[in-house]
Design a protein around this ligand. Sequence first.
Ligand code: PRX
Length: 639
Amino acid sequence: MMYPYQINTIEQYYQDYKHSIEEPELFWANIANHFLWHKKWDEVLEWNFTEPRVEWFKGARLNITENCIDRHLDSIGNQPAIIWEPNDPQDSSRIITYNQLYNQVCRVSQVLTNLGVKKGDRVCIYMGMVPELAFAVLACARIGAIHSVIFGGFSAQSIADRLADAQAEFIITCDGAYRGAKDIPLKSVIDDALTGNTTVKKVLVYTRTRIPVSMINGRDVWWEDEMEHAELNNAVHFQATSMDAEDPLFILYTSGSTGKPKGVVHTQAGYMLWANYTFINVFQYKPGQIHFCTADIGWITGHSYVLYGPLSAGATTVMFEGVPTWPDAGRFWDIVDKYNVNILYTAPTAIRSLMGFGLAPLQGKDLSSLNVLGSVGEPINIEAWQWFNKNIGKGNCPIVDTWWQTETGGIMISNLAGVTPHKPAYATLPLPGVLPVLVDEQGKELQGNSVNGNLCIKQSWPATIRTTYRDHERCRTNYFAAYPNKYFTGDGAMRDELGNYRITGRVDDVLNVSGHRIGTAEVENAINMHSGVVESAVVGYPHDIKGQGIYAYVILEDKGHEAELMRQNIIQTVVRIIGPIAKPDKIQFVSGLPKTRSGKIMRRILRKIAEGETSNLGDTTTLLDPGVVDEIKDGAKLV
Ligand code: PRX
């Protein structure tokens, strides 16, 4: 498969960019013509960012899995679609060709149909990184069911909230998952999440770790049994459901600055085009290359760049079950060496943690197959960029620093590998179709270059967030209300003299811990669930490996408790309510929080103290009790 819309020169980038902004309908129709449709569109694009209402390829009908699988079978049916590397390097890897992927996805589609899954039903998927996870996701898409994948690091309570919000009727899970030295009892977590649930009818369980599980009669069924019983029409085919371009494809929950996570909704055609177009252009993928994105499919990066982007391009995608540091810190490099990986796409936090092991884990690893490196999830610091460039890319591989979000579906601002220039710590230039602007606090657009502001997007791109599930108003207020007619990203950015963007981080109360988005309000809510806690305030602070760490200021009901024990109890509570990913790194017990007379917590001061700043705390005269600041400053030294 060749890609007629792959940008090969910088001149072409500028030309395509201009075309995409001036005539988006023509630009995207030309690209869409290269996909498989049951019926073409009546209109390419209708949008307004006030309601917001966004519709791409209105009237068109398609199935994304035919674009990711069926259309490749004649030409590359015997080529690997997925290379799966197990957690334990001693175990066998699995290579799944496009033909085999087709058979598996058809069979799982039949299994789901037999269980009663229909178009539009919500299927929650809580599995480890096994190929069956990919089959499950694609089978949902083939039937037209809406998948909602939940990362294995979320607790039963978090899952329960998501199941209720999505009104999910089906769950696909595993008995357990291997992650490094740990065995995670996924099914048992699901059982806890289902206490009191009234919407879930069936739980399909794939066997991975053989940890004992309890199977509830009538509700829980084994994947292996169902697969055996799935009689396919014509032996292996399962007719893909014809979907409207704007039918939902998936829900993915993500944290915001307030309350509970939001169910970000992406739809069929626009998301497909965007995942495909960005994959082909940013990584400059060439047919036959091996692409390794290290993200878990529980996050948007895994959706777009382990699955939909690469598969829609007929690429070979590596899926890794384990973690970069087990059994040793050479694991990524072993995988690159073993499969001759050409493109390695990972997160700054992984790079920083591997840097900490020095160069020994690189010894004897042949990394010469690498052509392109990528970074995602948070700003990459110069030191990590240089280490990656020198030791992994050997100075020969362009590094793409890709800025985007769950809500944007795919990469928005990034250099194109080897085509447009890179600049360390800069995501650089917008992709065709993306019109970024910087605004000041009043919403005034900042013109010209060398400016700093809040990053917004002014025009709809194909994978614009369509809604937040069952709560469109929340989508509007969160993203489209702050600045009229603009999508607000929640990030701050600067634009240099050449128009390159550098993302400076979130400007709202959202933390980015190891590339995972966590709302401070969510962590506070979890801490406050502990019976001994009166109140808490959570802020981020710079952390060498995680990028940001979680710092919690906590007021206890009874100060007489043993501090260390309370600290452990509070951490346990957060793990129970959200999951291990939201564990506070530091907890400081305080007798009061700095509040204004109207009762608002002055987070600015708490952030500074958490960062180790003791002078220059700014104006504290508006505080109800300025004395509390000194006490907190003194206490911080002991944390
Ligand atoms: O703050 C930005 C940061 O991650 C946020 C999006 O998080 P999430 O929806 O979980 O998606 C992560 C993977 C796309 C953004 O608002 N972020 C992501 N990529 C970068 C980044 N910050 C700086 N540079 C990046 N390349």
